[in-house]
Write a protein that binds this ligand. Structure first.
Ligand code: HEM
Length: 410
């Protein structure tokens, strides 16, 4: 199938027909070209659904390549279940769940009813001030220089600081949180990743105990008073929830921001257009989020059934790489172009019951960051002679982005 002929190495389950077997790793396939989004989109030449030897962390499973099919799967939790999919229980002990991400409706719906009101467009408007203050604090660290290493100096710390501020955690904790984040997402050994995951868990457990006595932010007051059915939310549920906010809002925002700034550094015309017309920035964020969808998310097949002619078995994994939906040529004209006049609903934040709780906050974070960076620095470009590298797991992200600029007149 597709661009790469299958080798004979892997063992595939019997129910997978030979023409849908792909003896490759999705992560490595995307690393084959200079641009991982272009590299992975070669899969649009193949079948709409196929079975890969390695969809992530060396696990085999189905890959759903089309926008329409992914959307359908997101809406069908009876066949495509989220139960326990994060696999964090293997790192943090049996029973540990990310809430609501590891649950299916109706349990998941009850959790969403608790947290949705906290992240409506109106509710996140109130967070503009702390988000802008975070931006300014980070920019101040390189404001007098002619450039920065954007990923380390801005993209990674930005959402971490916002997480601390959202939950009223002391800003002095930032270096520790950044260390855990690095361990959790980029740790080289399983031991490093488990140690970081435990560090976050222990910290959040202590934090919940303090907050039960004296909550520090409105957000926490509301969450602490929330009920699960007719009983108060337990410490275990709260831990799973705070943990989801932590892992959900960091790498996603940093990575998206990294691709956006790389794109703008290579597209001076668009950069100048947005600088001159900041009211176009929200539209640009939608387009960037579509074209640079960084997440792929997994479901477990809950019962044997046939999905668009493909026989799936209970227990199979099915991957929805959102970057394939975001650039599906059956859904979008010229999908690799950033077109500010484009309309249509991208799946960057998924759809259905699990649609990202933080999507309005994420958009505002990205908008505020772009407004401030484009307003402050002109002629942003990649520092000459700098090399570029990226990773394609767990999300698509830029490793290093050395930028240089001229300062805008005050
Ligand atoms: C550009 C940034 C972001 C992207 C691309 C993104 C993407 C996603 C996606 C694709 C899902 C669905 C996962 C699935 O169905 O398996 C999701 C869920 C979630 N996201 Fe985001 N996210 C972003 C930012 C944020 C932020 C800032 C927060 C923090 C408030 C957040 C909190 C969550 C939570 C709590 C869920 C779980 C929802 C549920 O299971 O019902 N995300 N996100």
């Amino acid at each position: 199938m597709s661009a790469i002929p299958p080798a004979a190495g892997a063992v595939f389950p019997d129910h997978v027909p030979p023409e849908l077997r792909w003896d490759h790793s999705l992560r490595d396939f995307a690393l084959e070209l200079d641009d991982p989004f272009m590299a992975v989109c070669r899969l649009h030449e193949g079948p709409d659904i196929f079975y890969a030897r390695d969809i992530s962390q060396e696990r085999p499973g189905w890959v759903i390549t089309r926008h329409a099919l992914q959307n359908q799967a997101f809406l069908d939790h009876e066949h495509f279940s989220s139960k326990g999919n994060s696999g964090l229980d293997q790192m943090l002990g049996a029973g540990f769940r990310l809430i609501p991400i590891d649950c299916d409706p109706p349990e998941q719906t009850a959790y969403r009813m608790m947290i949705n009101p906290l992240f409506t467009p109106r509710a996140v408007e109130a967070l503009d001030a702390p988000v802008a203050a975070t931006c300014d604090r980070l920019i101040a660290q390189f404001d007098d220089r002619d450039g920065c290493e954007f990923i380390e100096d801005f993209a990674i710390p930005f959402p971490s600081y916002i997480f601390l501020s959202l939950f009223g955690m002391p800003v002095e904790e930032a270096p520790q949180f950044l260390e855990w984040e690095a361990g959790l997402l980029r740790g080289r050994t399983i031991e490093e990743r488990v140690a970081a995951a435990r560090g976050v868990k222990d910290y959040l457990q202590g934090f919940i105990a303090q907050q039960r006595v004296r909550p520090t932010t409105e957000l926490l007051k509301v969450i602490l008073q929330a009920k699960s059915g007719d009983r108060p939310i337990s410490d275990e549920e709260l831990l799973g929830m705070l943990y989801t906010f932590y892992v959900g809002g960091l790498d996603t925002v940093s990575s998206t921001l990294g691709w956006i700034m790389r794109h703008l550094a290579l597209d001076p015309e668009l950069q100048q257009r947005l600088r001159a017309n900041p009211d176009l920035i929200p539209r640009a964020i939608e387009e960037f989020a579509r074209a640079y969808s960084v997440v792929s998310t997994v479901r477990r097949v809950a019962q044997d059934f046939t999905f668009h002619g493909v026989e799936m078995r209970e227990g199979d994994l099915a991957l929805m790489p959102l970057f394939l939906a975001g650039r599906d040529p059956r859904m979008w004209d010229s999908p690799h172009e950033i077109d500010l006049d484009r309309r249509g609903n991208a799946l960057t934040f998924a759809s259905g019951p699990h649609i990202c709780v933080g999507r309005f906050l994420a958009r505002r974070e990205l908008r505020i960051a772009l407004e401030r960076i484009l307003g402050r620095f002109e002629n942003i470009r990649i520092r000459p002679g700098e090399s570029y590298s990226y990773h394609t797991s767990p999300v698509y992200g830029v490793d290093r982005l050395a930028l240089t600029w001229s300062r805008a007149a005050p």
